[in-house]
Design a protein around this ligand. Structure first.
Ligand SMILES: Cc1cc2nc3c(=O)[nH]c(=O)nc-3n(C[C@H](O)[C@H](O)[C@H](O)COP(=O)(O)OP(=O)(O)OC[C@H]3O[C@@H](n4cnc5c(N)ncnc54)[C@H](O)[C@@H]3O)c2cc1C
Ligand SMILES: *[C@@H]1O[C@H](CO)[C@@H](O)[C@H](O)[C@H]1NC(C)=O
Ligand SMILES: *[C@@H]1O[C@H](CO)[C@@H](O)[C@H](O)[C@H]1NC(C)=O
Ligand SMILES: *[C@@H]1O[C@H](CO)[C@@H](O)[C@H](O)[C@H]1NC(C)=O
Ligand SMILES: *[C@@H]1O[C@H](CO)[C@@H](O)[C@H](O)[C@H]1NC(C)=O
Ligand SMILES: CC(=O)N[C@H]1CO[C@H](CO)[C@@H](O)[C@@H]1O
Length: 526
């Protein structure tokens, strides 16, 4: 009697024989598919499958890269198991096909799902478990787990534990952590990468490594150097941090008539020196008022305090009385509810909402840029910036205060180099929802105008930039006869400063063939 196992074996052998015998006449992608199909056929989507577009598009947040003319992958692989990731790497490498790795899909330049050479997308969609160990105050989180899912699962187990990471619930830990990961607890606990204690990765040879087997160099590199240059992150082990049972939040808004210029100026002097428990972000918005639709600036001071209202008020009135923070502006709530507040959801929104996946309808066109500020920006410059923003209409800007834990960590401790000496980081968010205000070209040009305007007020030589706010312009080199390595040195020094050299050394050691690459990856030393 022929058992199912034997039958499967026969069929598999037959498939292997067939695929080997036809290898020469097949294209690289056909070879990739036959190679991969030995392991699994249910997790691979080719363009002829009806669900291909849905799987590709659901996580594309930036509509600039969602056009009919945008290059599409030859296949999408959605591994359910580490062996599927290993097979993807081995089969792609063997057949000279590039892979793009996608977790949350929030890359601002679309690097996780677009390439100009033949490629497949490896999407960590199903690798999304979160396993919290309350006794140890740690968790293993897979790379496809979102911020929302991670926060939710921590809070289900404990109301005194949390994790420092970004505000947006749909960011994936695969990209978000490997590029740094900052949020409103960074003055107290640093970045996500400062709180990672182990990781599992599939390297360019298809091996699964953990911290011990990858060694401290590679473990250093993936904590801020971008995962995509080094391998596929399967999971992270994170060290959870302590939060009080109630935290306090506020969101006060001031216009120029209400003294916003003086308050924003003063914020630069005091916000980086506040007690570590206090984080106040400045959000600069263009808003329309009244019947006339006149555009003015509205400046929001959005705060998080890891403590009670009673402790917060004297701290603010002592060092920052200009803000005029009142008791009635403040609300106390468990940390988990505060994450929903920071995500801009109305008070009272159930915390289950943080588990929602991305919605295709939420896709927008956007361009990101970042800057680091080391000396206060003069009042006149702040007002000129606001005038420029009112002309452009579509941009909002965030100032995120440094200091606290951020300046205690040495720049070389992780690849993320922007530590002591910075007063704050600027995020420039140029978002537009349709093309009616002009075309993409004009919006991109506007972002560049703002960048140019800011030059005298921000870091220079290099003009530092934040990897997670990926910007293709960061690699633009003024000279025409430059090599690929020169271009890499340009973006590398801005994203990583002195850490670039060590990243190149690690890369050369672990991926000498430069299999894991994109337009802004770490190059091998030639
Ligand atoms: C709405 C929005 C809000 C944001 N808020 C914050 C914030 O508060 N704080 C902050 O620090 N950043 C923030 N960011 C930036 C965000 O951290 C980066 O865009 C980050 O790269 C997103 O990671 P992802 O996995 O969601 O994106 P993806 O597009 O999937 O990946 C981004 C990069 O990481 C690589 N990558 C993804 N998964 C893996 C993996 N498993 N192994 C190896 N490489 C991988 C990709 O190939 C790509 O190069 C925000 C971005 C957006 C769009
Ligand atoms: C703060 O208030 C402004 C309106 O004044 C609103 O647009 C913004 O979403 C609020 N931010 C948060 C985090 O609640
Ligand atoms: C916090 O969220 C929980 C769950 O959604 C909800 O029951 C509770 O009322 C919220 N508390 C506050 C203070 O918002
Ligand atoms: C780009 O923007 C600047 C200032 O906003 C403007 O002066 C210039 O004409 C624009 N260039 C193009 C090509 O649109
Ligand atoms: C361009 O190449 C020439 C010849 O190799 C060299 O002399 C020159 O310095 C290069 N220019 C720059 C900007 O690198
Ligand atoms: C091509 C490839 O990577 N095949 C792998 C399929 O999975 C088994 C184990 O699950 C591996 O041993 C093979 O190497």
């Amino acid at each position: 009697m022929v058992t199912m196992g034997a039958l499967n074996f026969l069929l598999t052998t037959l498939t292997i024989v067939m695929s080997i015998s036809t290898t020469t006449s097949q294209s690289p992608i056909q070879n990739f598919i036959s190679c991969f199909s030995h392991n699994s056929t249910e997790v691979i989507y080719t363009p002829n499958k009806p669900s291909f577009s849905t799987i590709l598009n659901t996580k594309i947040l930036n509509k600039i890269f969602k056009q009919a003319t945008t290059p599409k992958p030859l296949a999408i692989i959605t591994p359910k198991d580490a062996s599927h990731v290993q097979a993807t790497v081995k089969c792609a490498k063997r057949n000279n096909i590039q892979i793009r790795i996608r977790s949350g899909g929030h890359d601002s330049e679309g690097f996780s799902y677009v390439s100009d050479v033949p490629f497949v997308v490896l999407d960590t969609l199903h690798l999304n478990s979160v396993d919290v160990n309350v006794q140890e105050e740690t968790a293993w989180v897979e790379s496809g787990a979102t911020n929302g899912k991670i926060y939710y699962n921590i809070a289900k187990k404990s109301n005194s534990l949390a994790f420092p990471a970004g505000v947006c619930f749909t960011l994936g830990s695969g990209g978000h952590y490997s590029g740094g990961g900052y949020g409103n607890m960074m003055r107290k606990y640093g970045l996500s990468v400062d709180n990672i204690i182990d990781a599992k990765i599939v390297d360019a040879s298809g091996n699964i490594l953990d911290r011990k087997s990858m060694g401290e160099d590679l473990f250093w590199a993936i904590r801020g150097g971008g995962g995509a240059s080094f391998g596929v992150i399967l999971s992270w082990k994170i060290k959870l941090v302590q939060v009080p049972p109630q935290v306090t939040v506020f969101n006060v808004s001031r216009t120029v008539d209400e003294g916003a210029t003086d308050i924003a100026y003063k914020w630069q002097l005091v916000a980086p020196k506040f007690h570590k428990d206090l984080f106040i972000r400045v959000v600069h918005n263009v808003v329309q008022i009244g019947e006339t639709g006149k555009k003015i600036m509205q400046i929001n001071f959005v705060g998080q305090f890891l403590g009670t209202i009673e402790r917060l008020l004297p701290l603010v009135s002592e060092s920052f009385p200009e803000l005029g923070l009142k008791k009635s502006d403040c609300i106390s709530m468990p940390w988990i509810n505060s994450t929903v507040f920071w995500y801009d959801s109305p008070i009272g929104t159930p915390i289950e909402s943080m588990l929602d996946g991305p919605k295709e309808s939420e896709a927008i066109y956007f361009k990101r840029k970042s800057d680091y500020v080391k000396k206060p920006i003069p009042k006149e410059a702040i007002e000129s910036l606001w005038k420029l923003m009112i002309e452009g209409e579509t941009m909002f800007i965030q100032w995120n205060p440094y200091g606290g834990r951020m300046e205690e960590i040495l720049p070389s401790e992780t690849p993320f180099p922007h530590r002591a000496g910075n007063l704050f980081m600027i995020g420039y968010f140029n978002n537009w929802i349709d093309e009616s205000h002009g075309n993409t070209k004009n919006h991109l040009n506007f972002s560049k105008s703002v960048e140019k305007f800011m030059t005298p007020y921000v870091s220079n030589s290099p003009r530092e930039a934040f990897l997670n706010y990926r910007d293709i312009d960061v690699g633009v080199n003024q000279h025409s006869n430059v090599t690929k390595f020169d271009i890499a040195k340009t973006y590398g020094s801005k994203y990583f400063k002195d850490n670039f050299d060590r990243l190149v050394s690690v890369k050369t050691k672990v991926d000498p063939d430069n299999f894991f690459r994109d337009e802004q990856s770490i190059p091998t030393r030639s």
